[in-house]
Design a protein around this ligand. Structure first.
Ligand SMILES: [Zn+2]
Length: 95
């Protein structure tokens, strides 16, 4: 199956949760990717090459402490992106 960064899946799943509790200024794909990139650059990747490894890594993220770390990184990244939107402005006029 090749190499796979399990943190990427965890962060993008948690982004969905984050979106429900936090009102993002802009929900376009570009802003979402900017937020995910900022978070992923700050959280060490956990690479795996097997399904079993992937499950193990996901189980690590059931830890409430790790979850709250990811949540606070999401919050931080969302604030940065809100103030530095770099997407095409014709898409969203209200920036
Ligand atoms: Zn946007």
């Amino acid at each position: 199956m090749g190499l796979y960064n399990a943190v990427e899946t965890i962060v993008s799943n948690m982004y969905e949760e984050f979106q429900k509790s936090y009102e993002l200024k802009c929900e376009c794909e570009q802003c979402k990717e900017d937020i995910l990139a900022l978070v992923l650059n700050r959280i060490p990747p956990k690479y795996t090459s097997s399904d079993k490894g992937q499950l193990f890594i996901k189980s690590l993220y059931l830890n409430p402490q790790l979850q709250s770390d990811v949540m606070s990184e999401l919050m931080r990244a969302a604030l940065i992106v809100e103030h530095n939107q770099n997407h095409a402005s014709d898409k969203v006029k209200q920036h």
